[in-house]
Design a protein around this ligand. Sequence first.
Ligand code: C2R
Length: 156
Amino acid sequence: MKVAIIAGSKSDKEIMDAAKEVLDDFGVENKTFITSAHRSPNLTKEVADIIDREFDVAIVIAGLSAALPGIFATYTQKPVLGVPVASDLMGLDALFSITQMPRGIPVATFGIGKKGAKNAALFALRILALQSSDIRKKLEDKAKEEEESLRKLNDM
Ligand code: C2R
């Protein structure tokens, strides 16, 4: 099972790394790609074809007008999880752009920046967990750990 992490620019690297960290932590195979729907349309189509053939889920990170997640959802039927990047407009531009897709082109939209990227990676794991009891168990263990750490804080 494989997850692709795609970003529109190398300037999005920090956000990509946030998603990658979660997947690496769970031992899930992943690969990063950088391509822009606007600046490298042919490369974008090639990457989309690779995702369509070889990957289960795509996390697509983009700022500004953020066409990229929608373009991927056009080229592949694999689930696309969109992550907006903060900008001079605080990332609201990308958030609205990614969430307001035309009918027929579904993109699951996450929060802006690193926290959104981490949740997108966790969501990708939940999708994979539908087919993998090993990943499901790891997600359950992680949730238990979270609760335990809060219990300790409260001495309960
Ligand atoms: P630069 O720093 O390279 O100028 O990019 C990128 O995701 C990045 O956040 C600034 C921002 O532009 C975004 N970008 C897109 C697309 N290409 C680049 N949203 C696209 O095709 O959707």
